[in-house]
Design a protein around this ligand. Structure first.
Ligand SMILES: Cc1cc2nc3c(=O)[nH]c(=O)nc-3n(C[C@H](O)[C@H](O)[C@H](O)COP(=O)(O)OP(=O)(O)OC[C@H]3O[C@@H](n4cnc5c(N)ncnc54)[C@H](O)[C@@H]3O)c2cc1C
Length: 257
């Protein structure tokens, strides 16, 4: 059911990413998502960047909905429904590696919090095209091992998250979780599958109904739906699927990655 909730806080993470705190608490698992509604702009899916206490949503400005979101201020109302999705991050290993591209760090944060609370060893590999596009990870400092990468070398190591993952992965990583550009996640998945490491990925597709009815976000050839069965999937569920090859645009037409 849609309800209007107040934005109680806004933090600028970098020039294109803001974190919105909502006056709303939810009983959700890391990786699940909600639908946000702005009158006149429609609804879009967003993961939870924080689950204990008031919900936080980290938004990257990419198009009309997120541009409108960036004009909202503390005290404004936004429509909220959720949580949705059966697929969520599951703690399986002692040593966990989270691989995040850009704002893909958002849905991994509640899982990282859970893993740290359970005394797991957590390594975070966070990458972006430039230093400006990285999300500050101050609250994880001292608790998790953090590796930063940028394509242009302006912050952290020059290269990609997967370059770092390939170096670390044989040193005792027993669980990988990832969110970010699909090309990156596909490489992460292949690295994990080659070594038989438990790996979960959170998939981005156009979600319309969010409850498994319209079928817009179904994945070829399995028919799994991102909104109902995901958005977090295990690597084995996505092997031999459209994942890493193509996706569908707003109208349902195939778009190569
Ligand atoms: C389960 C889920 C969780 C998400 N969590 C977050 C989050 O925590 N933070 C966040 O910033 N974004 C998140 N997103 C993405 C977010 O929903 C889109 O960025 C948003 O819909 C963009 O809307 P827009 O109108 O601003 O841009 P649009 O005009 O719709 O799109 C702008 C550009 O982004 C591309 N794009 C937009 N949505 C998608 C999509 N679903 N799949 C592939 N390409 C797309 C378009 O092709 C276009 O190039 C999530 C998506 C899903 C499915």
């Amino acid at each position: 059911m849609l309800e209007m909730v107040e934005i109680s806080g806004i933090r600028m993470e970098n020039p294109t990413v803001k974190t919105f705190t909502l006056d709303k608490r939810v009983d959700a698992r890391p990786g699940q998502f909600c639908m946000l509604w702005i009158p006149g702009e429609g609804e879009k899916p967003f993961g939870f960047a924080k689950l204990d206490g008031d919900v936080k949503i980290m938004v990257r400005k990419v198009g009309s909905f997120t541009e409108k979101m960036f004009t909202l201020e503390e005290g404004d109302l936004v429509g909220f429904r959720g949580p949705y999705g059966d697929g969520h991050f599951k703690l399986k290993g002692k040593s966990i590696c989270a691989v995040a591209g850009g704002v893909g760090i958002a849905p991994l944060l509640p899982f990282i919090d859970e893993a740290l609370a359970e005394d797991r060893e957590v390594t975070v590999i966070h990458g972006a095209k430039t230093g400006e596009a990285l999300v500050p990870l101050k609250r994880l400092k001292g608790e998790a091992t953090i590796h930063l990468t940028t394509d242009d070398g302006s912050c952290g190591r020059k290269g990609t998250t997967c370059d770092v993952l390939e170096e670390l992965v044989d040193g005792g990583v027993d669980q990988i979780c990832t969110c970010g550009p699909e090309v990156m996640m596909k490489r992460v998945m292949d690295i994990a599958l080659e070594r038989n490491i438990f790996c979960q990925l959170t998939l981005e597709r156009y979600i319309k109904c969010s409850i498994g009815v319209c079928g817009h976000c179904s994945i070829d050839d399995s028919g799994l739906m991102v909104c109902r069965d995901g958005p977090v999937f295990e690597a084995g569920q996505l092997r031999n699927s459209e994942f890493g090859r193509y996706r569908r645009d707003k109208a349902g037409a195939v778009v190569d990655l």
